[in-house]
Design a protein around this ligand. Sequence first.
Ligand code: SAH
Length: 368
Amino acid sequence: MVRRAQAVTPLSREIARRIRSAGPLPVAEYMALALTDPEHGYYTTRDPLGAAGDFVTAPEISQMFGEMIGAWCAVAWQYAGAPHRIALVELGPGRGTLMADMLRAAAALPPFRAALDIHLVETSPALRAAQRAALGGATAAWHEAPETLPPGPMLLVANEFFDALPIRQYQRTGGAWRERLVGLDESSGALRFALASAPAAEAAGFPPALAAAPEGAIVERCPAAEAVIHDIAARIARDGGAALIVDYGPMETAPGDSFQAVKAHGYADALAAPGEADLTAHVDFAGLAARARAAGAAAFGPVPQGAFLKRLGIARRLEKLCAGAEPAQADGLRAGYDRLIAEDGMGTLFKALGIAHASLGTPAGFEE
Ligand code: SAH
């Protein structure tokens, strides 16, 4: 196999400097630097979305995605007893398209729209500016992290946020789990994967589905995602509301190396260009659902995105939009619909996980 040469980026120089002075860094530390370093991080420095960027997300494909999620929130608000104030929170709102589409859908139910206080959790200054523009005049508050969200009932949504949180990786060698690190190749000076020499003490807490993996296997843990889910679920258990997490990953917790870079709509080497490619990993839905339950909330799913959107009535929404559209517009709407629900694509790859206060019952789209 021919390995593509690594690009020297401002961040790869900085990472190499750190490795030379303090030794190899855990994959999670590398991922956090590459994505959210305040100076050179991938998300800090650009808007990566859209045809001219590196990847396209569901809200950027079709307005119907945000409209269905807006309707989901309206139903959850009603199940919660229609409180006269509720926080509508989005984690990692990208260009703000999902929030703008949700708010347009919410406007169809004026008492719901009037109850909403909008909160956006976003680290990227570039994307915060895009979000402000997308929201027009709507009032919103921005946060660096979920910890500063105000107390009180909330409806929270996150699309393709959890896959960007830093993962730790471990490889089973010689009968023990060792953490996977990013170090330097001695001859070329390029970044390369390495393993910690000492076994990882935290492996004692691996769930059975990971702990049983054979020699050579790689497993992933995402302490950052677990902490965020714990915080959200504990708030929901205390103050009421619900959360909807849409992302990609398997139905069940499983071993495997899902760490990957995405650049210009294709896969790239995760170590090739830190700060200039998106880095992602699969989301462990079953693990996050277990965390949410442990924090006192109810958890539902995951349900494949296609099935979830159909249960929410996306086909009816498509017909309604097409009925009032020019033929070319209707073709665009149908193409977007097909992509969101595709059995051999986003419709199965992506999944929805629901979290709710125990008194809410089963949120829309998660019925058996
Ligand atoms: N939800 C959007 C964008 C997904 S890209 C969409 O579906 O189009 C990931 C988003 O999460 C970006 O807005 C990125 O800046 C943000 N993000 C990534 N890591 C983050 C972190 N640790 N804290 C807060 N926001 C983060």
